[in-house]
Design a protein around this ligand. Sequence first.
Ligand code: PLP
Length: 396
Amino acid sequence: MTKSNEQNWKPATQLVHGGTMRSQFGETSEAIYLTQGFLYDSSEAAEARFKGEEPGFIYSRYANPTVDMFEKRMCALEGAEDARATASGMAAISAALLCSVKAGDHVVAARALFGSCRWVVETLMPKYGIESTLVDGRDLKAWEDAVRPNTKLFFLESPTNPTLEVVDIAAVAKIADAAGARLVVDNVFATPLQQKPLELGAHVVVYSATKHIDGQGRCLGGVILSDKEWIDANLHDYFRHTGPSLSPFNAWTLLKGLETLPIRVRQQTENAARVADHLASHPKIERVIYPGRKDHPQAEIIARQMKGGSTLVCFDVTGGKAGAFGFQNALGLVGLSNNLGDAKSLITHPGTTTHKNLTEEARADLGIRPSTVRLSLGLEDADDIIADIDRALEAI
Ligand SMILES: *Cc1c(COP(=O)(O)O)cnc(C)c1O
């Protein structure tokens, strides 16, 4: 990459070329280095590499050339100094959280979290002596009030799953800084194109690459991005010795996914906006939440911190749970799946799937009603998606 000016490229260019490392064959597409280990020229070379005196790969649990390309491309896009890729989004998020704290520390997290993230904070961390307080992420005073002398970590996602609430990331980052805590942001729902948490003051950003980054429903993956100093001091040894490493094959799939991320996210966002507007005027729809609409309760924050809306729409069908189930069952083109960010449009009923483990009360706090469904827009023609929705609404 000596002839290029990688840091100054626009995102679309970074996503096609960023981090590319060619072999002696000069292949155009990125190579898959599907290998566990690497050979050394001599015993002395092996010794030097283990000492860190000579660059080079040692073992794919530590690092791998294809995984390296994916990490570097993500760094270029996010404007981060360094990254570590993982086998899944949850491997990334749990590593980022666990490596930020020790026994006796305290965590403040927004209560609207991806289900497994909430389990890590509420159930796993206390087993190791790490206490947590969950707050309404939208309430800045609640973040301030939750801070204790031993608070070391703030954690949030925005927009949230499934009700697409928005947290003012810059304001929460200021509170974290004042408390001497690190802010970790799960940026999956926004995608790296619509929102840049590091620019807004967050210290660490995490992704499930399973979602929009793959974008075609194939591989699990995740990535943690932050400053090099923090990653070296906190993640480096954890990754080597606990092994949440991403497979080189999956890293390659995700690299190819990154090439088309901007055009996919643009089209999916356009589809979501059209569907949201259509639903908003439909008599059988009780509520529509879409971060790109003026009637979103936090439209002002969205205009400040996001470049676009979302690829997801959350809405309520008349008739409660029976209405929502009947509607979902009548869909033909849109598939029933709890996954999201796929080229295929997917719908789920959070109350009985992704958020079934919460109490009725906790669900109500998050705005999840028996009638709530979450739709992830794919790359189909929006006319066909709308026709499918209309047909299914007519059936209930
Ligand atoms: C899917 C998802 C995760 C978990 O990622 P996996 O790749 O499934 O492990 C975490 N956070 C959010 C917001 C997600 O949508």
